[in-house]
Design a binder for this molecule. Structure first.
Ligand code: NDP
Length: 393
């Protein structure tokens, strides 16, 4: 029977997912792209030549609307690349209709700058009862970074003791300040307190308190700052013998200065403020002012390099490896009209969904990426535009 794929969200990531699913239409079958603003879906659909992409309007905050759309499309799988705020409504619509689910970012409440898997994991038994699978965090980080950890565990270590996830975007878009994906989600993440996990405990740091310089292959040395990142929450549960895990992301001086300044004047606030008789949320207003991440595509030059460094024991000896992936913003844009941050998220979303549809990765319930055999995913990365490297350090 032909599969029917419903993609929700027509932003930077949605564009890549739609293109990549169309390139693999033998698996994805009939593809529908739905979002709040249908014109964005129509624009993306008009760029895709491989197959015809159907489009639809949906408010993904509304479970009933989602249920109606999933039924209308008769979807086999829903790929959620809207915003993290919509994860639970979309998961609930999948439970109600008995359809598999995948996303790239964990649930976040719009009124609280905090993200965790708790509420998504809590739907595990409902997914099992409905006989469906949910794959959480199938982007790059979370996503590929989890698979890199599982691959290291499977092929290189008896026990992994420490993991550092290293995320570098050395792209230059020529603007004094812009974010490469949804500004609200990005700035909330970056301005929050840092956190890492050591010996069974979470240790909190001030925002940007811990910095190191890492020499990223094909990019060079960059200031990298410790942040909390969601994949750590599941990795501490699933990686054997782990004693410490940290996440670092690169930021340039200018980005940090702008951010500090915006924060100091209250522009990163998520609480509504009164402005000339109207309530506005500062960070939402800031999003309106900043360049649309989708518009950065044609201007961005340079590379991304995201990977993991794992240290541990193999056959009684100490071992340290680095697994990483380098993408080039201009190459990504040439292929699917999106810069590398959207590309490196959209391709793994497509791969996760492909493995689910092929039943290569399939189990009823709600899962994180590192719970499955990493090998088929790693093979697909090489085939679908995200080739990776392993280095022994
Ligand atoms: P964008 O802001 O570019 O796009 C989001 C899309 O979702 C827009 O088309 C928007 O519609 C749509 N949307 C928002 N709210 C609703 C709603 N209520 N109903 C229907 N559609 C809605 O974001 P990105 O494409 O950059 O990011 C998409 C997702 O990918 C996010 O969850 C982000 O956190 C995640 N991500 C994950 C990464 C990873 O490595 N794991 C890295 C980068 C991003 P409209 O145009 O009308 O506003």
């Amino acid at each position: 029977m032909k599969n029917r794929t419903l993609i929700i969200g027509a932003g930077g990531v949605g564009r890549v997912v739609a293109h990549k699913c169309a390139m693999n239409a033998d698996i994805f079958g009939e593809i529908t792209l739905a979002s709040r603003t249908k014109s964005k879906c129509d624009q993306i659909a008009s760029e895709i030549t491989e197959v015809h992409i159907h489009t639809a309007t949906v408010d993904a905050d509304n479970t009933e609307e989602l249920i109606a759309l999933i039924k209308e499309v008769d979807a086999t799988i829903v790929i959620n690349v809207a915003l993290p705020y919509q994860d639970l409504t979309i998961m609930d619509a999948c439970i109600a209709t008995g359809v598999d689910y995948l996303d790239t970012a964990n649930y976040e409440h719009p009124d609280e700058a905090k993200f965790e898997y708790k509420e998504q994991w809590a739907r595990d038994s409902a997914f099992k009862e409905a006989g469906i699978m949910g794959l959480l965090g199938s982007g790059f980080d979370p996503g590929v970074t989890n698979v890199f950890c599982a691959y290291a565990q499977k092929h290189y270590f008896d026990e992994i003791h420490t993991i550092d996830i290293l995320d570098c975007n050395a792209g230059d878009h020529g603007y004094p300040f812009a974010t490469n994906f949804n500004p609200e989600i990005n700035l909330r993440e970056v301005s929050a307190k840092g956190r890492y996990w050591e010996e069974g405990k979470w240790i909190e740091t001030d925002p940007m308190e811990i910095k190191m310089v890492w020499d990223y292959p094909e990019v060079g040395p960059k200031d990298s700052y410790l942040l909390y990142h969601e994949e750590m929450e599941s990795l501490v549960k699933h990686i054997k013998g782990l004693k410490r895990i940290r996440f670092f992301m690169t930021f340039g001086e200018s980005y940090l200065t702008h951010m500090k300044c915006l924060e100091n004047v209250g522009m990163l606030g998520i609480e509504p403020v009164e402005h000339q008789g109207q309530k506005i949320v500062p960070i939402e207003f800031l999003k309106t002012l900043l360049p649309d991440p989708a518009s950065l595509g044609p201007r961005t030059k340079g590379k991304t390099n995201i990977g993991i460094v794992a240290e541990g024991i193999k056959d009684g000896k100490k071992k340290k490896i680095y697994i990483y992936q380098v993408s080039d913003h201009e190459q990504c844009y040439k292929e699917v009209k999106s810069q590398a941050v959207s590309y490196t998220t959209g391709v793994p979303a497509m791969i996760g969904a492909k493995l689910m549809l092929e039943k290569v990765w399939y189990q009823e319930g709600v899962y994180n990426m590192e719970e499955f055999d990493p090998d088929p995913f790693m093979d697909e990365l090489n085939k679908q535009g995200l080739p990776w490297q392993v280095k022994e350090l």
